[in-house]
Ligand binder design. Structure first.
Ligand code: KIV
Ligand code: ZN
Length: 521
């Protein structure tokens, strides 16, 4: 089974491909590079960086990730077409360890799309895997919708792919239909019945439509799969993909019954989870396993009593195992610049002098309004830094009148390309009134795709973090801001997104993908 030890499970992260392709989760180029670097640092074995043929943006991101990654194998996705595979290779060839992942839908429903009969599809698989293998010695092949493919046909095509040179065979449960016993049986049967199966690595790729993705992935591993495909926070289309943090922590905590190891440094989980939530705009549900806000909160009296006597009473893993440190009050109004730098360094942020200057000003503004500054406040401050060079629109003043009688009214001053402008608008609530002011002063047709508000810490003086996603003619941008005033945070987040949109408009191009992996064939 390749050079993979029996007890080692490879973690294949597809946050930047299957996760990012889910509608609305689009990330910018810089965000993709940042997430790839966090994945690389945390010890993920393979990073599926994107789908190079899908758009110029995907190609550029995959190429740059390939050039920069220090440890992980960098993988690109390609449909079963020679130009796709060539384009994928172009993007990944500079990686220290490149991998081509090519796929085609093999179930009856999927075979009907390219209108290929079983023999024609088998020939296509042979030709495309052979082509990929001639370019790259690390090739993964996936029969999309494997769990709904006739078993005898699955055996046949997996054997063809192995003979043509695939080194990993991935078995996707594309529509999240399978169940744990079935998932295990399928891997076991493939290992038993396909010639050459013991020479390659079997991977499991599960979707969470029935909430069984983690269980299905672990069952596949117990049956012999040695690669789990997953995403941070379970990001992905519909109900998402298998969550990386869930399978990795399950293998760690229940190593007694699942004696498999991964190369993931679990103390990096919390940081990357927060970052993926912020850049994708997909917040993590409070009671989400491992990374939800409540996952380690022990609120009820009985629990607290037990926890104080012995943490193991109710805790099966320690918060520090996933990098969750206690949210102590860390700083206040009188804290200096050196203390801020040192605290931020402890939280993993290395700052240059200019950046520190900017963050310190914003920290002081926050400390004037909020007596106690927690680590989460500092993280929010860092995550919402603006990019002054790209700020064509700046908020200069705002007053909002609220009350039980609507409509609410907002007065706003903006500096737009260096010119002061003012307006008064009404709306259905204070945020709507304020957003109407922005639209009046900077006319645009962008559609508000997402508006999301979260309290960073407890208490009525807590900061609100706001994410806004705008879409205009296929360009998708997100903006974030944090403030103790929810309306101010909302307006700043909107303006942040709008500034990004103005830059994108100038550059031209869109985020629209010319092809999707659903067009396989
Ligand atoms: O879910 C799926 O089938 C996929 C394939 C492209 C591997 O994501
Ligand atoms: Zn998928």
């Amino acid at each position: 089974m390749n050079d993979t030890k029996q007890d080692r499970v490879l973690i294949f992260d597809t946050t930047l491909r299957d996760g990012e392709q889910s509608p609305g989760a689009t990330m910018t180029h810089a965000e993709k590079l940042e997430i790839a670097s966090l994945l690389d640092e945390m010890g993920v074995d393979i990073i599926e960086a994107g789908f190079p043929i899908a758009s110029e943006g995907d190609f550029a991101a995959v190429s740059e990730i390939a050039k920069n990654s220090a440890n992980a194998v960098i993988c690109g996705l390609a449909r079963a077409q020679l130009p796709d595979i060539d384009r994928c290779w172009e993007a990944i060839k500079h990686a220290r360890q490149p991998r081509i992942h090519t796929f085609i839908g093999t179930s009856p429903l999927h075979r009907a799309i390219p209108n290929l009969d079983k023999d024609q599809m088998a020939e296509r698989i042979h030709d495309t895997v052979t082509h990929a293998r001639n370019l790259c010695d690390n090739v993964q092949w996936s029969p999309m919708d494997a769990t709904r493919t006739e078993l005898d046909y699955l055996y046949r095509v997996v054997e063809i792919a192995i003979k043509a040179g695939a080194t990993t065979i991935n078995i996707p449960d594309t529509v999240g239909y399978t169940a744990p016993r079935e998932s295990a049986d399928l891997i076991r049967k493939l290992l038993e019945n396909v010639p050459g199966a013991d020479e390659i690595v079997f991977a499991t790729h599960c979707h969470n439509d029935l909430g069984m993705a983690t269980a299905n992935s672990l069952a596949a591993v117990e049956a012999g799969a040695r690669q789990i495909e997953c995403t941070i926070n379970g990001l992905g289309e519909r109900a998402g993909n298998t969550a990386l943090e869930e399978v990795v922590m399950a293998l760690k905590v229940r190593n007694d019954i699942m004696p498999f190891e991964t190369g993931v440094d679990t103390t990096k989980i919390m940081n990357i989870s927060r970052r993926v939530a912020a850049v994708s705009g997909f917040a993590v549900q409070f009671n989400k396993a491992i990374v939800g806000k409540n996952a380690f909160a022990h609120e009820s009296g009985i629990h607290q009593d037990g926890m104080l006597k012995n943490a193991e009473t109710f805790e099966i893993m320690r918060p520090e195992d996933i990098g969750l440190t206690e949210t102590n009050i860390v700083m206040g109004k009188h804290s200096g610049r050196a203390a801020l730098r040192s605290k931020l360094e402890n939280l993993g942020f290395e700052l240059g002098d200019n950046q520190l200057k900017d963050v310190f000003v914003r920290f002081k503004e926050l400390a004037d309004r909020k007596k106690e500054i927690y680590e989460d406040d500092l993280i929010a401050l860092m995550r919402t830094s603006t990019d002054p060079e790209n700020e064509r629109v700046k908020l200069t003043s705002m007053t909002v009148v609220c009350g039980t009688e609507g409509p609410q009214k907002a007065d706003m001053g903006l500096e737009v390309d260096g010119t002061q402008q003012k307006t008064t608008q009404t709306g259905d609530g204070p945020v709507d009134a304020a957003f109407n002011c922005i639209k009046a002063l900077v006319p645009h047709n962008a559609r508000l795709q997402l508006y999301q508000v979260h309290a960073v810490t407890e208490g009525t003086d807590a900061q609100a973090t706001v994410s806004v996603r705008l879409e205009e003619e296929g360009r998708i941008v997100t903006g974030q801001s944090a403030d103790t005033d929810t309306v101010v945070a909302s307006v700043r987040a909107y303006i942040h997104a709008l500034n990004r949109l103005l830059v994108r408009r100038e550059k031209g191009g869109t985020d629209k993908r010319e092809v999707s992996y659903k067009d396989a064939g």
